[in-house]
Design a protein around this ligand. Structure first.
Ligand code: PLP
Length: 370
């Protein structure tokens, strides 16, 4: 059994992918070729966000978002203590200070109350100006943007949605990518919508921000690429990756339906013996991961499953505020992040998982609870 089976997906669309790549080889516009703009339009249409700008990867997308929002030295950016390292790494890279906030124990997403405590503590400290929040759609489920957005407005903070894992999910019928001033995503191969290399994108609601991002991704270009009006980056999506993504986007909704079915089947067999992810009734997850915890030590489950030939993974064993490179930055008490880091593990999750495979995982897991 595969944890994420990219070869099953490729087998289903091989012909169309080959044709798309051939077309790029034939026209030869490897950098910012026509497929890049086609993809940006398709992603804007898909999410319902007016502007999409692609870039080299999901980490760069966050970096470009911080740059476009003019976040830098003297600014404090609040973010979840339980995410992939990149979510936080970009903040000090931009010269700003990260301030870590705890998560909700059931959704693993940013806790609104911990966030408010962090903002208040920051205002009483001399750490810097409270400037922005990066919320993460962890494991595919949107953060609680209804409440987070309101809090950001109350304190005059900018909001960035890190939808690297959540692309395809919804909140109140709106696709992820819609929340905050700028949303970012990643097309790393293992993400819900992945390419065959690195890739990323940003979503925003106004033309000025979109133009700013278009300039930042090509060395701060002005009228043309040899007119540089600001310092920028070299962060473009390769044309070949855009071509691959156009084909993958065409089957993405069908894949989401399959992921939904798989999650339901897992839920039915694993609850209540395991704590299973359960998106709120106004949300849908893109099921980047199916992450659970049980009453016993996770090593017990992982070893037992491994013996049965079932792969698992741990996202993430060390919370961000305890990472060597980040531990000197301010943080709220993060007991839920610390517990999650010790307890959670993720099960095989990809659209080509069969019912038999799911049942096999559940049977093995339930037996390990005896
Ligand atoms: C994968 C990921 C990123 C970074 O994306 P890359 O394309 O690998 O740079 C950022 N944030 C989260 C939450 C991620 O899962």
């Amino acid at each position: 059994m595969q944890f994420i089976d990219l070869s099953a997906q490729l087998a289903a669309i091989r012909q169309r992918i080959d044709t798309r790549i051939q077309q790029v080889l034939d026209h030869g516009a490897f950098i910012l070729g026509p497929e890049v703009q086609q993809l940006e339009q398709a992603l804007a249409d898909y999410t319902g966000v007016p502007y999409c700008v692609t870039c080299a990867n999901g980490t760069d997308a966050l970096t470009l978002a911080l740059a476009a929002l003019d976040i830098g030295p003297g600014d404090v950016v609040f973010t979840s203590a339980f995410s992939f390292f990149a979510t936080a790494e970009v903040i000090p890279q931009a010269g700003a200070t990260p301030w870590f906030v705890d998560i909700e124990p059931d959704s693993y997403n940013l806790c609104r109350d911990s966030l408010e405590q962090a903002i208040k503590a920051c205002l009483l400290s001399s750490t810097g100006r409270p400037k922005a929040v990066i919320a993460v759609d962890l494991f595919g489920c949107p953060a609680d943007y209804d409440r987070i957005q309101r809090l950001c407005e109350q304190y005059g903070l900018l909001l960035i949605e890190d939808a690297a894992q959540g692309f395809g999910g919804t909140l109140n019928g709106k696709k992820t990518g819609n929340f905050g001033q700028i949303a970012t995503t990643s097309f790393f191969p293992a993400k819900p919508l992945g390419c065959y290399g690195d890739g990323g994108a940003l979503f925003c609601h106004d033309q000025a921000t979109a133009e700013h991002l278009l300039s930042l991704r090509v060395h701060g270009k002005g009228r043309d690429k040899y007119d540089n009006v600001r310092l920028g980056y070299n962060s473009r999506l390769d044309t070949i990756q855009a071509a691959v993504l156009l084909e993958k986007l065409a089957i993405f909704d069908a894949e989401l339906v399959a992921r939904q079915h798989i999650a339901k089947r897992y839920q039915k067999q694993l609850a209540p013996a395991f704590q299973i992810p359960q998106p709120a009734s106004n949300m849908t997850s893109s099921w980047a991961q199916f992450t659970i915890r049980g009453q016993k030590d996770r090593a017990h489950y992982q070893q037992g499953l491994q013996k049965a030939g079932i792969p698992t993974a741990v996202y993430y064993p060390i919370p961000l505020h305890q990472q060597t490179a980040l531990q000197h930055y301010p943080a709220q008490p993060c007991p839920q992040s610390e517990l999650a880091a010790q307890q959670v593990f993720s099960l095989p999750m990809h659209p080509y998982l069969t019912d038999d495979e799911i049942d096999c995982v559940c049977t093995a897991l339930n037996a390990l609870n005896q």
